[in-house]
Design a binder for this molecule. Structure first.
Ligand code: MRU
Length: 360
């Protein structure tokens, strides 16, 4: 694996996709290599990593160097392509490639995007063909489709964002968490680009601070008016600043609408219910899992306790203590006002309407 430090904030040239305006691409394909911006280094350093080895891409996903459900789905597609090229697979998914696909599948358990995209690759017609080439082409299509989906989510979401809206969001759902542009942040961005005035409150998102490090970084680059808050300030923020709506992304949406997203999202959904504030989920079709009947069927990743007891090299809790470190939680469908997808807005009753729009 090689790395480089990004010089300047302008869009880098790429062979795949286009990240709008001045944000770097979350992932691209260049000279037969996968290239990502290392999200763990942001906002301090814009450092790019590149590799031809699918094992590096697996490590990038596990360590959150690339993160966000749609982005890790795309990374999984490129990892699969690299594995197929390395093994010289032709005409079939042989045992070695199968093992690699399993490794990619097992990198992170909650986001269904990885599994949906690997299932899509497995269904391709590869008879008599070099599998790596077929997978690379498909990964390019997946990246382009995910960017397009975000743009459409932004457009559909416009009607839910009034002018002068005060919006609260959690974690990071922008260009770097997707193929580009973003889901929940894409909706906010679309409203801003349509000339609506928006004021955003961004949760810092303990313990890994995706909100502070990435959402704040991206909103600042785009030029959207925002304030950063600690997660536990969301209640007082809703009251004091009359938050109009909360919009977040998703890692996996069950058939009944129960939604897994970054830890702390469930708390927000309950606050919204108590305060009668619409709580929206913005996510592409690739984040739905209709085989999960409810949130009980969604596996919740637990992270290394060190992520809670220290930040980078700085310890913030005593050594040798017991920690519970879920990375995600599930917001129940009854707390959700609507889903904004690239196919349109889904409102209750969710079982029927999700099946109609996503299950087709
Ligand atoms: O652990 P992370 O940073 O990958 O978690 C990401 C989230 O929970 C996002 O909100 C979700 O993936 C939506 S990204 C458009």
């Amino acid at each position: 694996m090689t790395s480089s430090t990004y010089q300047g904030s302008k869009n880098s040239s790429q062979e795949t996709g286009t990240q709008p305006k001045d944000l770097p691409d979350p992932i691209r394909w260049e000279n037969g290599e996968a290239v990502i911006i290392d999200q763990t280094r942001l906002p301090v350093e814009e450092k790019f990593l590149r590799s031809k080895n699918y094992r590096d891409v697996c490590e990038w996903i596990k360590s959150l160097r690339i993160r966000g459900a749609p982005a890790i789905g795309i990374a999984a597609a490129y990892a699969a392509a690299l594995a197929a090229l390395e093994f010289g697979s032709r005409g079939e998914i042989d045992a070695r490639l199968n093992g690699a696909l399993q490794e990619i599948n097992d990198t992170r358990p909650t986001a269904v995007n990885i599994r949906n995209i690997l299932a899509r690759l497995r269904k391709l017609d590869i008879r008599g063909r070099i599998v790596g080439e077929v997978f690379v082409r498909e990964a390019h299509s997946i990246l382009a489709e995910e960017i397009d989906s975000c743009r459409k989510i932004g457009k559909f979401g416009l009607e839910l964002i009034p002018d002068n809206a005060v919006i609260l969001t959690h974690c990071h759902t922008g260009g770097l968490a997707t193929g580009g542009y973003g889901t929940a942040l894409g909706m906010i961005r679309a409203a801003h680009e349509a000339g609506k005035k928006v004021k955003v409150f961004a949760d810092e998102t303990r313990p890994l601070l995706q909100g502070a490090r990435l959402t704040a970084w991206e909103l600042k680059k785009i030029g959207i008016d925002f304030r950063l808050i600690v997660d536990s300030a969301s209640g007082i923020t809703m009251k004091k600043f009359k938050v109009d709506l909360v919009v977040v992304g998703a890692d996996r949406i069950a058939a009944n609408g129960d939604t897994a997203n970054k830890i702390g999202t469930y708390n927000l959904s309950v606050l919204c219910k108590a305060r009668n504030i619409p709580f929206y989920i913005a996510a592409p079709a690739s984040s739905f899992d209709l085989s999960a009947k409810s949130g009980d069927d969604i596996p919740i990743e637990e992270r290394n306790p060190d992520e809670v007891t220290q930040f980078r090299d700085c310890r913030s809790a005593p050594e040798d203590i017991s920690v519970f470190a879920p990375a995600f939680d599930v917001s129940p469908a009854e707390n959700i006002a609507a889903f904004i997808t690239e196919r349109g807005i889904i409102r209750p009753p969710f079982v029927k309407n999700i099946a109609k729009l996503i299950g087709r």
